[in-house]
Design a protein around this ligand. Structure first.
Ligand code: C2E
Ligand code: MG
Ligand code: MG
Ligand code: MG
Length: 289
């Protein structure tokens, strides 16, 4: 049996798989209670103008402060929440929390541009999604123009029955619609043209190599040009270095988010960030002659 097999790959695989499956079962049970126990928290990552370094938006990113495992990243529990249906109450909580926070910042006189909320394809497919978004906006008193919804390209391109109509209804609420992880999901460009999106977010996998790999640069450039022609804003995700920033500016992309400007931070740290004139690091300043 497995014990005698020692380093046998099947035994190893089966143990890893069991750990993984157990992890999922345990986490799924915990996640069910996490919402009631207030263990979920939103962090916010600034989105900046690449020339001025001014904040143009904030992306809400959910974290789970697990009582025994510490901070768990969404990559570990969002897929599970999608499989179990927990994404529906979780997604509603995220949307409401981001709107409550946006309202509070506005009342404090802070200008954050828009607050962006990630929504799962599982949420969007529900027949009551538009109603839910409308209700949250009304209940929290947030101007719809301050809310941006990020939908991943893979969902958008699914061409599910009625998804065009659904996006149009969302748009008619007055919210801003962005395609997340653009470039990874096999877009049909003629289909994209017919959808009411306001922005494209270039996936960070293309930004990683942008200053070194001509293919990544070519893709980022093509997305920027496409967005411009379709009248959409284009924002680069995952900008970490000055070289990446300069490569983006050279190809005409003027918005970004990434560790170079700010990591995602707790809500309490946002007011101080918004009071700064710029998030541009000093090394970006072009010397005058
Ligand atoms: P995303 O929406 O594409 O978010 C960008 C991810 O990149 C975030 O990871 C962010 O922390 C990370 N990031 C930002 N700047 C940099 C950088 O300079 N370098 C690198 N390497 N990474 C950077 P995070 O917070 O772990 O979220 C991962 C994904 O989980 C998100 O990808 C999104 O798809 C999903 N997610 C997060 N919050 C929610 C949520 O509230 N609802 C749903 N449905 N999905 C969420
Ligand atoms: Mg915005
Ligand atoms: Mg996102
Ligand atoms: Mg992304």
């Amino acid at each position: 049996h497995a014990k005698q097999a020692g380093g046998n790959t099947y035994a190893q695989y089966s143990r890893d798989f069991t750990d993984y499956a157990r992890d999922r079962v345990l986490l799924a049970a915990d996640l069910r209670q996490a919402l009631e126990r207030n263990e979920l928290v939103l962090h916010y990552q600034p989105q900046v103008d690449l020339i001025s370094g001014e904040v143009v938006g904030l992306e809400a990113l959910v974290r789970w402060e697990h009582p025994t495992q510490g901070m768990i990243s969404p990559g570990r529990f969002i897929p599970m929440a999608e499989d179990t249906g927990l994404i529906l109450p979780l997604g509603r909580w995220v949307l409401r929390q981001a709107c409550v926070q946006a309202r509070a910042w506005r009342e404090a006189g802070l200008d954050f541009g828009t607050v962006a909320v990630n929504v799962s394809g599982v949420q969007v497919q529900r027949s009551d999604f538009v109603e839910t978004v409308g209700a949250v906006l009304r209940e929290t008193g947030v101007d719809p123009a301050l809310l941006e919804l990020e939908i991943t390209e893979s969902f958008v391109m699914d061409r599910r029955q009625g998804s065009e109509e659904l996006l149009r209804q969302l748009k008619s609420l007055g919210v801003f619609l962005a395609v997340d992880d653009f470039g990874t999901g096999y877009s049909s460009l003629s289909y994209l043209k017919s959808l009411p999106f306001d922005a494209l977010k270039i996936d960070q996998s293309f930004i990683r190599g942008i200053s070194l790999n001509p293919h990544d640069a070519a893709i980022a450039s093509a997305i920027t040009t496409l967005g411009g022609h379709l009248n959409m804003e284009v924002l680069a995700e995952g900008v970490e270095t000055r070289e990446q920033q300069e490569a983006l500016l050279a190809l005409g992309c003027h918005r970004a988010q990434g560790y170079r400007f700010s990591h995602p931070v707790a809500a309490k740290d946002i007011p101080e960030i918004l009071r700064r004139a710029t998030l541009m690091p000093d090394d970006a300043k072009i010397p005058h002659h």
